[in-house]
Design a protein around this ligand. Structure first.
Ligand SMILES: [Zn+2]
Length: 627
């Protein structure tokens, strides 16, 4: 997602250990970086017990069942002796919280003393000076504003990871929708957008509740952050204030983060067995929204997923069972794009009704638990009454994708053609839609290809004019990147990409920065497949001419004051060229190019994106036109 990095606070399965209940009173003065906490924990423990507590806090007292006890403190650990069920009262404070100021900020969950191996429940009451607001995840049970300041109390009785704490000079707007408390906590400049955000949120929650199951939290809060984050937290999302102001966020990141309340928050991810939540959320939120806003956009999104995957070098590929989180672009191509596509294939094969029922079952059976792909498989098997081992082991346990060819097509007596899976290794179980075009219309068939090669024949009512394999992009395939127009990802995903920076001094520095912002790893390689060429416009064009490389395409040559484009040279290498009239142009490209990796070219003018696009595609490889 543009500008955002997703993150979900989640913990391993700790269901067997009783949670620790916290009754905490928090007093914060963000302008002074001050926080004072009194926390009463109810827990059972034996012997020396270690609590994680941020090293920024000075602990002034510890009492066990009302009696002061000695404790030890090392870095982010507080340790004391316990023997059975106890209430432990801890008082601590910090005068140096750099993440807080009166413009707003957050404190990581280790502000609350908590044993590592336990989940938490809580009632937390926070006070801040007037003009500030205080939020932790949970149900809002009380809220007062007096001359003395603002106080809010939150309760969460569902065992979960310790809560993040957020403050800010927020303007609060609220909408109660079917008993769910929707709120925006926005900085002043966003307040005018609050009602639109609240109304859209109500609509999304209604829609997902109907598709997936009841909304799993008492409220949903949208909080603006001073820094560029995009976090989905239980019952809330925390997003950068600049991002929230962008008009498309309400139809992209917002539904995505709302759906994470089901997928990832209420049904937690068993990370050891693969993160399914990003793919499912991307499919049910982003993919569905795209189609709703513009029919045809969902297929374009699937084509984009395939295009990105085609750019992924085989050695960077991984099985979905190995995907944990979006640590880099390569993992996103698999963990978001391929995973979402797997859900699309399930929906295409079994139909929307069975698909939704299976996911409702998955949600019902796994809410407040950690779940993995095996649980998704179990839910689909229950609804379809089929053994789906072949499908799930091919798509989840195995890296890679089928590579398909269409050959030996004839239309002399009906239609006959051969489909081959030419990838290394076993055949994938594929259901492939086929369109046979005749002067009387299009015949749609679905062929089941479970072997490496199979010939199919169909009777036709008139002489066929064309055969199109997978005309709607419903099958996850590895396309041949060389058959398609180059995009930035062809270079940025290549760990061996070469880098040529033309110029010295400042230009050398800026060119190197640009390369580092795009490549992974950030060090240039010595491969012979891709090259990134960076510099000022005149030297770049001279370099291209001297090395007999393709010149800047005419249609973009004079547009804007900085531009980047992809091309293929005579040796089949893919080039990414970035040129600018001056240093500011190079800086602008460094800032925006990481957001346009799916494009073939980007043009900047005065630091703003002026145009961007993908070079036109050649004819589809899996289509035969008969003479
Ligand atoms: Zn996400």
């Amino acid at each position: 997602m543009l500008v955002l990095t997703g993150s979900t606070w989640a913990v391993e399965a700790l269901a067997d250990v009783a949670p620790v209940h916290h009754i905490a009173t928090v007093r914060i003065d963000p302008a002074q970086n001050q926080i004072d906490v009194v926390d009463t924990l109810t827990l059972t423990a034996q012997g020396l017990t270690h609590f994680r507590l941020s090293s920024t806090f000075k602990v002034s007292s510890a009492k066990v069942d009302g009696t002061a006890v000695s404790f030890s403190r090392t870095q982010d650990r507080l340790s004391l002796r316990l023997k059975g069920p106890h209430t432990v009262e801890l008082s601590y404070a910090s005068r140096e919280l750099p993440s807080l100021d009166d413009e707003g900020g957050f404190i990581d969950p280790d502000w609350l003393a908590q044993p590592d191996d336990r989940l938490a429940t809580w009632g937390i009451k926070g006070s801040v000076p007037n003009g500030q607001k205080f939020v932790v995840p949970g149900r809002l049970v009380d809220e007062t504003e007096t001359d003395g300041g603002y106080t809010a109390q939150f309760e969460s009785l569902t065992p979960s990871a310790s809560p993040i704490l957020i403050t800010g000079p927020y303007h609060v707007h609220e909408l109660m929708a079917n008993g769910v408390r929707l709120r925006t906590y926005f900085h002043a400049e966003l307040a005018a957008l609050a009602n639109d955000y609240l109304n859209d949120t109500a609509g999304y929650i209604d829609g997902y509740a109907a598709t997936v199951g009841p909304y799993p939290y008492p409220g949903f809060f949208i909080l603006s952050a001073t820094h560029p984050v995009g976090w989905g937290l239980p019952g809330m999302t925390y997003m950068g204030r600049r991002v929230l102001a962008l008009p498309f966020i309400r139809t992209t990141s917002l539904p995505h983060e709302i759906l994470h309340n089901w997928w990832g928050n209420a049904v937690e991810v068993d990370y050891q067995k693969g993160n399914w939540a990003e793919g499912l959320t991307t499919y049910q939120a982003d993919h569905a929204m795209a189609e709703k806003l513009r029919p045809g956009a969902a297929q374009e999104m699937r084509q984009e997923w395939l295009r990105n995957y085609a750019a992924l070098p085989r050695e960077s590929d991984q099985a979905l069972s190995a995907f944990r989180s979006k640590t880099h672009d390569a993992s996103q191509v698999v963990g978001y794009g391929k995973a979402a596509f797997v859900f699309h294939m399930l929906k295409t094969q079994w139909g929307e009704n069975v698909f939704n029922k299976a996911l409702q079952r998955f949600n019902r059976d796994n809410t407040r638990k950690v779940a993995g792909w095996a649980d998704i498989k179990a839910a689909f098997e229950a609804e379809t009454q089929q053994n789906l081992s072949a499908f799930f082991s091919a798509w989840i346990e195995r890296s890679g994708a089928p590579e398909l060819t269409l050959s030996d097509a004839t239309n002399t007596d009906g239609v006959r053609f051969t489909l081959k899976q030419i990838q290394d290794g076993l055949a994938y179980p594929l259901n492939i839609p086929i369109d046979i075009e005749t002067p009387q219309g299009i015949q749609r068939h679905v062929v089941n290809l479970v072997t490496k090669s199979q010939t199919f024949s169909f009777a036709t009512s008139a002489k066929a004019t064309a055969v199109r394999v997978d005309p709607d992009t419903d099958v996850f395939l590895r396309l041949n990147a060389a058959d398609m127009p180059p995009i930035l990802r062809d270079i940025t995903l290549d760990p061996t990409a070469q880098v040529v920076v033309l110029g010295d001094g400042v230009v050398q520095e800026l060119g190197t920065e640009l390369a580092q912002s795009l490549l992974q790893p950030a060090d240039p390689g010595d491969g012979d497949k891709t090259v990134l060429i960076v510099g000022l416009q005149a030297p770049v064009r001279t370099y291209l001419a001297q090395h007999h490389l393709p010149a800047v395409p005419e249609r973009i040559a004079a547009q804007g004051d900085a531009r980047a484009w992809t091309a293929r040279d005579g040796a089949g290498r893919t080039l990414l060229v970035a040129e600018a009239l001056d240093a500011d142009g190079l800086k602008a490209l460094t800032r925006v190019l990481p957001h346009y990796k799916k494009r073939s070219y980007v043009i900047m003018q005065d630091g703003q994106t002026f145009d961007k696009g993908t070079w036109p595609a050649k004819l589809q490889a899996l289509t035969v036109h008969f003479e």
